[in-house]
Design a protein around this ligand. Structure first.
Ligand code: CP
Length: 360
């Protein structure tokens, strides 16, 4: 690290949380790195093309090693001396279980808190003190929180202590879900390996684009690929946010917005369905939205390209009819399993054992 970079990090440390939170993303990024590597995984924008490729390579290698008992036994030795804290105080099935499985694959011991009603937060302890407490016991915190910015705040706070440990954002309010974007991108990458890769593909993102954090995070990652076009398909009230549109314009990424699912299906190489995020309703507004036009059914399949893929971060409600599940283009079950492999790769990277895996 140069003297100027070290000075910059010191000056970031002196900021109040409010000022730090407002600091431009590009300026505060080094605060979440250590020795030139990502230390806290908080935002999709932290993933560079080089890092993405490395994580995909590590994930592929882990998958290969894990095919045999000997391989799995070896992987379990790599982090058997480390502990992870899973702090998930917003509902989750696959992010929680896939991270837990990823820890087990690498031999990490895992503790969990899944609700503020079973932690001392019920007695009035702040989330900040709760997180600081985890750092007394664990070597990494993987967290999902209902409040935007809480994962970033945890990293900001712990990086100033004598015992900084990596924070991984497993979903923060309506804001970001960077590891979901990582597994989504890995799924697109693997699906188009022999079809020209991600470059030049048209991705249709469908549904609640206003409040869907997976859509936001995936958009940030698609910036790294040439000629990618995005079609945002949503009801008028649930259009993608202005900040995302500004990002797309800044990076000259072509996109369009429509409410016409059938038209988008004809053009898309990847169809990314999402559910309505009514947990973020202010006054029950979702019930007035006709979401049925944003459901994928068997009748839609014939409109799609033969080489297209269908994705969903899951859980689903009715956005994809179960009759679609057996179509070879449906990739969402594979997508969620991919989550376990890329999250294992990410943990390996953050704990500094990625080289050990790649060099086997
Ligand atoms: N996609 C996703 O985050 O799923 P869970 O809410 O089940 O973790």
């Amino acid at each position: 690290m140069t003297k100027a970079e070290a000075k910059k990090i010191e000056s970031l440390k002196s900021l109040t949380w409010e000022d730090f939170y407002k600091t431009k993303f590009e300026n505060k990024m080094p605060y979440f790195d250590k020795n030139g590597r990502m230390f806290d995984c908080l935002f999709a924008q932290q993933f560079t093309p080089k890092l993405l490729q490395e994580l995909f390579d590590v994930a592929n290698k882990i998958r290969k090693i894990a095919k045999s008992k000997e391989g799995l036994d070896y992987l379990r030795t790599l982090l058997s001396h480390k502990r992870a804290m899973l702090y998930f105080v917003q509902p989750s099935t696959r992010t929680f279980v896939s991270f837990q499985s990823a820890c087990y694959i690498l031999g990490m011991q895992v503790s969990e808190i899944r609700s503020t009603s079973t932690s001392s937060e019920l007695k009035g302890e702040t989330p900040e003190d709760t997180i600081r407490t985890f750092s007394s016991y664990a070597d990494m915190i993987i967290m999902r929180h209902f409040e935007e910015g809480m994962a970033e705040k945890a990293a900001w706070m712990l990086n100033k202590t004598k015992r900084p440990i990596s924070i991984v954002n497993g979903g923060s309010g309506k804001d970001q879900h960077p590891t979901q974007a990582l597994l989504d991108l890995y799924t697109i990458h693997q699906s188009f390996l022999d079809k020209g890769g991600i470059n030049g593909k048209t991705i249709a993102m469908v549904g609640d684009l206003k409040r869907g954090r997976t859509v936001r995070s995936l958009t940030y990652l698609l910036k790294h690929y040439k000629g990618v076009k995005i079609i945002y398909v949503s009801p008028d009230y649930l259009k993608v946010g202005d900040d995302i549109k500004a990002f797309l314009k800044k990076h000259k990424m072509p996109f369009k917005e429509t409410a016409d699912l059938e038209k988008a299906l004809k053009e898309a190489d990847a169809i990314y369905m999402t559910r309505i995020q009514d947990e973020y309703d202010v006054s029950g507004e979702s019930k007035d939205i006709d979401y049925s036009k944003f459901h994928l059914t068997k009748k839609h399949l014939k409109l799609m390209k033969k080489t297209a893929i269908i994705m969903h971060p899951l859980p689903r409600r009715k956005e994809i009819d179960i009759e679609v599940d057996n179509d070879p283009r449906a990739k969402y079950w594979r997508q969620e399993r991919n989550g376990m492999w890329v999250r294992t790769a990410l943990i390996a990277y953050l704990m500094g054992i990625d080289d050990k895996i790649l060099n086997i």
